[in-house]
Ligand binder design. Structure first.
Ligand code: NAP
Length: 349
């Protein structure tokens, strides 16, 4: 079996940046971008990562507001471009940015397999990786860039109404007819909660942004957007206690509980969108790399992407519980490719 130089697992900004750098270093990287399955859709782990589930990206350096239509048409393969929605005329969108990164990596010769890696063996070298379709790949180095997925609260009623009004991705599901001109709920107080509320306010009759404290965690500019949007009402100091509904209509309302006195309150709502943070996608590693208490991959050397196994590197949200930005992930992907390249070069001599 041929042994790869570099296998990259994941297809967010970290994965594609690593692929671009590794391809330009003539390492012929192989990218497992993830599988397109219903399970991945529900978990928010489809190819192209979290950014593919967002709207406008206003803070990725190099993409100021402007009409990118002509550029997108010129840069992306027509087959992929045809599947993308028309450009909004604002800055770049998350899905556009991800398609551009994927195309850029392919232009330099990165090979892409649309499947999940479900099992790894880092005890032997070359490392052995198994995809969900059963395909086995061997590689000298591996870059793990599998990112993180949205959290749910874990309430039984939330589970019961998943896909029938409960979602962790407003951008994926918000435009569905069931949510149009209806009151909707977003749970959380970070940038994601504000972004999702703002997005949903275009479709909903009203958006209740329910936060467990009396102050948003979101950045100031984002918080201001929620506070000044006439369709968004912030419900402070409350948590979601229960989702209720009917078989025919899905979600029809919620019970909220106050955090200061425990008093409950019912609200009519047709949708509940969770925006309460993320969990890193590290379960498939089955303990073969050292993880932090929160299950992020532990980087072993400051300012490097080395993990507890030599020759395995990690980049992006899977190893970052602190910055978690598209641009920092892209930077870390570049670092991982350079680290892998240097590690391979050192072994040759
Ligand atoms: P986050 O910043 O970790 O915020 C999670 C929010 O959910 C917090 O407000 C937290 O409340 C709340 N929460 C957590 N667990 C909860 C629970 N069990 N019940 C109720 N509430 C709960 O996560 P995020 O908003 O997804 O953002 C993640 C990262 O992505 C951040 O670095 C953010 O800046 C970035 N991001 C940026 C943009 C942008 O710039 N356009 C957009 C989206 C995300 P507490 O505040 O009380 O802890």
């Amino acid at each position: 079996m041929a042994v790869e130089n570099v296998v990259i697992i994941g297809s967010g900004p970290a994965g594609w940046s690593a692929a671009i750098y590794a391809a330009r270093a003539e390492l012929r990287p192989l990218v497992f971008e993830g599988a397109i399955t219903e399970e991945n859709r529900i978990n928010g782990t489809l190819p192209l990562g979290q950014l593919n589930l967002t709207t406008e990206v206003e803070n990725y350096a190099g993409f100021p507001a402007g009409d990118l239509t002509a550029y997108l048409n010129a840069a992306i393969e027509p087959a992929a471009r045809k599947l993308m929605p028309p450009h909004s005329g604002h800055g770049v969108s998350g899905p556009e940015l991800m398609e551009l990164m994927r195309q850029q990596a392919k232009n330099f010769g990165a090979r892409v397999i649309t499947d999940d890696i479900v099992k790894v063996d880092f005890q032997r070298h070359p490392f052995v990786l198994t995809a969900s379709a059963g395909e086995v790949t061997q590689s000298q180095t591996v870059i793990v860039a599998t990112g993180a997925r949205a959290n749910y609260l874990g309430l039984p009623s939330e589970e019961a109404y998943k896909n029938r009004g409960v979602s962790a991705c407003a951008v994926c599901d918000g435009a569905l007819p069931r949510f149009r001109n209806k009151p909707l709920l977003v749970i959380g107080g970070g940038d994601s909660a504000v972004e999702e509320s703002t997005y949903l306010s275009k479709f909903a009759s009203r958006v209740y942004l329910v936060h467990r404290r009396d102050q948003l965690r979101a950045s100031k500019i984002m918080a201001q957007r929620a506070e000044t949007n006439p369709k968004i009402e912030i419900v402070w100091n409350h948590v979601l206690d229960e989702v209720f509904g009917t078989d025919a209509d899905g979600v029809t309302g919620v019970v909220l509980r106050g955090t200061d006195g425990g008093q409950t309150r019912k609200l009519a709502a047709s949708g509940v969108f969770l925006a309460i943070g993320h969990t890193p996608n590290t379960a498939f590693l089955e303990g073969q790399l050292k993880l932090t208490d929160q299950n992020y991959i532990k980087l072993t050397t400051p300012f490097r992407t080395h993990t507890s196994v030599e020759g395995v590197f990690a980049a992006g949200d899977v190893a970052d519980d602190y910055y978690r930005q598209a641009v920092t992930s892209a930077g870390a992907g570049c670092m991982a490719a350079l680290d892998a390249e240097r590690w391979l070069a050192a072994r040759e001599h």
